[in-house]
Design a protein around this ligand. Sequence first.
Ligand code: SF4
Ligand code: SF4
Length: 392
Amino acid sequence: MTDSLGLLGVDQAELDSCVACGLCLPHCPTYRVTGADTHSPRGRIALMRVVDEGIAPLSDEIVESFDSCIQCRACETACPGDVPFGHLLEATKEFVETTQRRAPWWLKLGLRGLTRPRLLRFVSSSLAVAQRLRLVPSRRMGIPERLPVRRRALRPTGDDVWLFTGCVMDAWQRDIHLATQEVIEATGTTVRPTGSAAPCCGALHTHAGLGNDARKLAARAISALDGNNAILVNSAGCGAALKDYGRLLDSDEARSFSARVFDIHEWLAAHIDELAKTAAESQIAGRVAIQDPCHLRHVQGSHTAVRRVLQPFVEELVELDDEGMCCGAGGAYSLVHRQLALDVRARKSEAVNRSGADLVVSANPGCSMHLEAAGLTVRHPVELIAEALRTR
Ligand code: SF4
Ligand code: SF4
C-alpha cells in the first residue's frame, strides 16, 4: 500500500525509513572508491528527500549523485531498517527522466535495439566481423573482444520449463544458454527457450529511468510466457527483473508470473541429486572463485544455491574476501560511468588475485564481460557443470 507521495512520486514512509545511521556506507562500492557522501546510499536518500519536499531543485550535482549509483543494492542487504533503496532510486530515476530527459540518446537507441532480436543479432554479427578485421576498439567500447559471428540454434525439446534467453546474452553468449539447456535436460526435464517471444526483461530500461518501456516489456513477457510452468533464468539481472514484475505492474497476473520465475541455480539445487550421481568422477580441476552478481546476492538472495550446485562438480571452490562487493558492471553503467566502473572493478580484480583462483564463475553476463575485460578468465557456473557432465 503506497503512503503519501511527494514530488518524486516515491512512498514517503519508505523514504523516511532511512535514519542516516551510515551502516550501509562500507558496503557501497561508489562510496568506497570516492569517499563522498553524495556517492553513498545515505547521501542519495538525503538528496531524494530535499527534492521530494521541494526544498532543492533537481540540479546537475543532484542528478549526478543518483546517476552514479550502480544500483547494486548492497546497501539493502546491509541496512538494519530494510530501507528499499533500489525501488526508491528506480522511482527517482524515472522522475528525473520524465522531467528532464537526461539519458543519453545513444543509450536510449541501444536500449530500443535490445527489444528487436533480429536487429540485435545482425548488429552483433556485423560488429563481430568488424572485430576480426580489427576495425573495432572493443576495449574502449566496453564490449567483449571476440563476439560470435554465428550462433548455434537453441531448439525446444518440450514444455516442462521455459528457459529465458533475453537480449544481449542471447546475441553474445548463446553458448551459455546451450550449456544451460544441456544441464536442465540432464535432470530429465524438457526445455522451451523463450527466444523472440520475450526479447528483453527490461532491467536496463528500469535502471535508466525508462519505466514505461520497462512496463511494456514486462507486459509483453507475461502474455508470451503463459501457462504454469517454471521460467528459469541464467542471468542474475534478468531474473531479478522478472521476479519484480509483480511490483512493477502491481497486478495479480504479474505477481503469479513472478512466482514462476527461478534463478537457474535455485532450480538446479532442487534437482542436484539427479545431476550429482557421477560428479565425483567428473570434477573440474583447479581453484574456482565465485563472484556473486549483486542481483543474485542482494536482490534475489540466491547466491548460496550457486555454491550448492557447483560443489559436486568443482575440485576447489574459493570465496572472495570482499563480502560480495559489486564488480562495477551495473548493466550499462560501465559504459556511462567508465572511470567509476573501472575503479570499482580494480577492487574486485584485487580480491580475485588474492584468492589465487585459476578462474572465476559469474552468473551474470554484464559482470562476466566486465571482469573479462580486466583480463580475468570468467565462466558461467552452468558451463562448468555442463563440461563436467560431458566427461561422465
Ligand atoms: S539506508 Fe539503512 S543503513 Fe543506510 S543510512 Fe539509511 S537506515 Fe542506515
Ligand atoms: S545501490 Fe549500490 S551503489 Fe547504489 S547506493 Fe546502494 S550500495 Fe551504493
